[in-house]
Design a protein around this ligand. Structure first.
Ligand code: IMP
Length: 423
C-alpha cells in the first residue's frame, strides 16, 4: 500500500492536526516524520480541545497505531507531560504509540543553547519556539547527537555528560545572560527518560516496510509548514528540518516511489508566527480582525500570529515542491463578513512582474499584486454540505482550483471534527 502524506503549505498552523484526526479512521498507522515539540497540533471533538506536540494526531482513535519516526526530535520532559495530558482520555499509549530508535533526543542544554543563540542574534533573531529544535538537529547533522536507541545502552549517560559539557562551553561562548539550573533540569530530564523507556522502541523503517507489505494503510503527518522548510523555506527564518514531502522519505525511511496522495493543507488566508518576510502581511484593522476572529495565537508559545491575505505565488511554490495531489482549505469561516477579499497572484520583483517565488521575498525586494473578490456574509460554521455555500465562496474556491490546477477536496468551516465539508 502507498503511504499518503499530509503537510502544511504555508508557515505552519494550517490546521493539520484537525485534518489528520478527521482522516485517521481511513488509516491503520499515523506517522510523524520531522520536527518536535515546536509543533502544536490542535484537535477538537466532543467539546474537548487538545494540543499535541510530538505525539501523532491519530492517538485519539481506537484502532490506529502512532509512530514517531527517525526524523523527529523528542524532548523527554515535554513528551512525558504530553503523555500525562492523555491520561484523562484513558488512552492505552503503551500499545498505540511506538518510537523510532533513530529519533534524536533534545537535551536540557539544547534548549539553553537555543535561548543563548537567539539572545545573541538580537534583532536578527529567528523567533524560535526555544524548544531546542535547532541545536538538536545541529548535533544530528554534526554526528554528535543522542538517539532514542542510545538510551538502551549501559553507557548512554557518559555520552550525555560529554555532550552536555560541550554545550555548556558553547553557551559560555555566546557570552549572553541565560539563567538556568542544570542540576534541576537534569533531574527532571533523567526521570522523564525513564518514563520514555517504558514505551516500545522500534526500527521504524523496517516496521513501516513490513506494514506496507502487509497492506496496512499509512498516513505520514507533517509538522510546521513548507515555507519553514530548512531548504525551501524563507531561510534563515525557518525551522531546522525538511517539512516538505521529501522529509517524509528521510524521516520515516519510506521510498519515494511508495508515496501515494499528498494532501496539502492551507488556510484561506495566511499567518506567520516568529520573524521573517511575509509579503501579504496586513498591518491594518483587517489583519487585526483576521487574528481576532481566527484566534490566531500560537498553540505552543501563545504568541500572536501575523495575518495577511492568501499568497498564491507562495502556495503554488509549495504545491510544486511537495507534488500536492489534493488540497484542503482551512478556516474559510474566518473570512465571513469581509467585504472584499484579496489574493496575491504575482509579485513586482526588481521592476518586473513575476509569478514564481524568488530567492528574496523581503519587503524591499517584492511587492504583492492582488486580485480582488467579493466577500460573503454568511456564517459558514453551521453548514454541513457544500450545497449551502454562498456563491462568493464557490467563486473563491473555483479561482484557486483553476490557478493551482489541483482539486480542493475539503473545506473546513470550524475547529471541530464535525465542521469539515468534503467536496
Ligand atoms: P524553531 O523550529 O522552534 O526553532 O522555530 C523556527 C521558526 O519556525 C520560528 O519562526 C517559529 O515561530 C516557527 N515555527 C516552528 N514551529 C512552528 C509551528 O509548529 N507552527 C508555526 N511556526 C512554527
Amino acid at each position: 500500500m502507498a503511504v499518503d502524506l499530509l503537510l502544511g503549505l504555508q508557515w505552519g498552523d494550517e490546521g493539520k492536526g484537525k485534518i489528520v484526526d478527521v482522516l485517521t479512521s481511513n488509516y491503520n498507522i499515523i506517522a510523524r516524520f520531522q520536527g518536535g515539540p515546536n509543533a502544536g497540533h490542535t484537535l477538537e471533538f466532543d467539546g474537548i480541545k487538545h494540543v499535541l506536540r510530538t505525539i501523532p494526531s491519530g492517538i485519539f482513535h481506537d484502532k490506529s497505531i502512532n509512530v514517531i519516526g527517525n526524523g523527529v526530535v523528542i524532548d523527554p520532559v515535554v513528551f512525558v507531560k504530553e503523555l500525562e495530558g492523555l491520561d484523562q482520555f484513558k488512552i492505552d499509549y503503551k500499545k498505540k504509540l511506538i518510537i523510532s530508535r533513530k529519533a534524536h533526543i533534545i537535551l536540557p542544554t539544547h534548549r539553553m543553547l537555543d535561548a543563548a543563540s537567539e539572545t545573541a542574534k538580537g534583532k536578527a533573531k529567528i523567533g524560535s519556539t526555544l524548544k531546542g529544535i535547532g541545536p538538536t538537529y545541529m548535533d544530528k547533522t554534526g554526528r554528535n547527537g543522542i538517539r532514542v536507541g542510545d538510551l538502551e545502552l549501559a553507557d548512554w549517560k557518559d555520552k550525555y555528560r560529554a555532550l552536555a559539557n560541550k554545550h555548556e562551553a558553547m553557551i559560555d561562548f555566546y557570552n549572553v545572560q541565560i539563567e538556568y539550573d542544570l542540576e534541576e533540569l537534569e533531574t527532571e530530564f533523567f526521570e522523564a527518560v525513564e518514563r520514555l523507556k517504558e514505551l516500545t522502541f522500534i526500527d521504524s523503517e523496517e516496521y513501516l516496510y513490513q506494514a506496507q507489505k502487509a497492506g496496512k494503510t499509512i498516513l505520514a503527518e507533517g509538522a510546521q509548514g513548507s515555507l519553514l522548510d530548512i531548504d525551501f523555506g524563507t531561510y534563515p527564518f525557518v525551522t531546522s528540518s525538511n517539512t516538505t514531502a521529501a522529509g517524509a522519505c528521510t524521516g520515516l525511511g519510506v521510498a519515494p516511489n511508495q508515496i501515494g496522495d499528498v494532501y496539502g493543507i492551507f488556510k484561506a488566508y495566511t499567518t506567520r508566527v516568529g520573524s521573517g518576510p511575509f509579503p501579504t502581511e496586513l498591518f491594518d484593522e483587517i489583519g487585526a480582525d483576521m487574528a481576532r476572529i481566527g484566534h490566531e495565537f500560537g498553540a505552543v508559545t501563545g504568541r500572536a500570529r501575523r495575518c495577511g491575505w492568501l499568497d498564491l505565488v507562495a502556495l503554488k511554490y509549495a504545491c510544486q515542491v511537495n507534488g500536492v495531489t489534493k488540497l484542503m482549505m482551512m478556516k474559510g469561516d474566518v473570512l465571513s463578513g469581509f467585504k472584499t477579499l484579496k489574493i496575491c497572484t504575482s509579485y513586482t520583483y526588481k521592476g518586473e512582474t513575476i509569478t514564481h517565488l524568488p530567492y528574496n521575498i523581503e519587503p524591499e525586494n517584492v511587492e504583492p499584486i492582488y486580485s480582488e473578490f467579493k466577500g460573503w456574509k454568511e456564517d459558514l460554521t453551521k453548514m454541513t454540505d457544500k450545497s449551502q455555500f454562498p456563491k462568493e465562496l464557490n467563486d473563491y474556491i473555483a479561482f484557486l482550483e483553476k490557478e493551482l490546477e489541483i482539486p480542493i477536496t475539503v473545506v473546513s468551516v470550524g475547529p471541530d471534527r464535525k465542521q469539515t465539508i468534503f467536496m
